[in-house]
Ligand binder design. Sequence first.
Ligand code: NDP
Length: 284
Amino acid sequence: MAQLLDGRVYSEEALQEIKVQVQELKNQGVTPGLAVILVGEDPASQTYVRNKGKACEKTGIYSRTIILPAQTTQAELEKLIRELNDDKQIDGILVQLPLPDGLDEARALACIRPEKDADGFHAVNAGNLMLGQPGTLPCTPKGVIRMLKLAGVEMDGKHAVVVGRSNIVGKPAALLLLRENATVTIAHSHTKDLGDITRQADILVVAAGKPGLITGDMVKPGAAVVDVGINRINGRLSGDVDFTSVDPVAGWLSPVPGGVGLMTVAMLMDNVVALARARAEKKA
Ligand code: NDP
């Protein structure tokens, strides 16, 4: 049986630390603030936004959720983002993705000032990650690395395989694993014989959005398997990893739900605190 990479425990630990840091900032007269913009009524997005608000409450971060109708125009959305860019109460701005059809995500994200980019999706922050410069990191890959570190999984010199190459999970996860001195392979939908590649992984991060894609026969015995996938099947959440067949083979395994999703929210809080700290340092 694999050791559980328990997002509940690790995220709770992270949130408690963040709560202390928020209080320290408040003592210096700086209250960290997050603005979350939700456009439309996608039920999964509504849940994510609610969870982010709850984490703000728990840590003492000021949060403002702005809900816009699905018919919102690009110009209206960008005007709102620009107002938040200039809003002194707000350190981090997050536009909940996906946006409804007709709205341009890339253009909306580009409107967020990089110093207020809570999600780390702005091209400047993506570029900083690529170059190994300081900047805001995307929350999910950051949460994956935090989880592996807290579990004591060695990354240096290990072979890490990332399944998925999206800008928000796969690519940044690969870059962060590289930063930890892992040897990194990225697999995607054109990869031939996925199992051949995943069986070589000491660390396997799966972010494909395909339920049950990874089965026990595709995993190296003792590997650390991190399941990023969130799939809704008949109202129930499941990951990209077939937990039942992988559990007896892997050394570590993250569950869905109760895994990376919780780390993602905790790392968002971490990002907002870092942005607020930068404001406090400017003020000093
Ligand atoms: P995308 O759809 O943007 O990317 C999926 C990636 O998986 C693509 O690169 C795609 O390849 C690859 N892929 C798809 N099918 C296969 C396959 N059969 N074999 C190998 N690779 C495949 O998704 P995201 O990166 O945004 O999200 C991935 C998953 O993670 C989703 O389930 C999402 O809900 C979840 N997620 C979870 C978060 C959390 O907090 N836990 C946060 C964000 C996302 P190609 O590029 O060739 O199309």
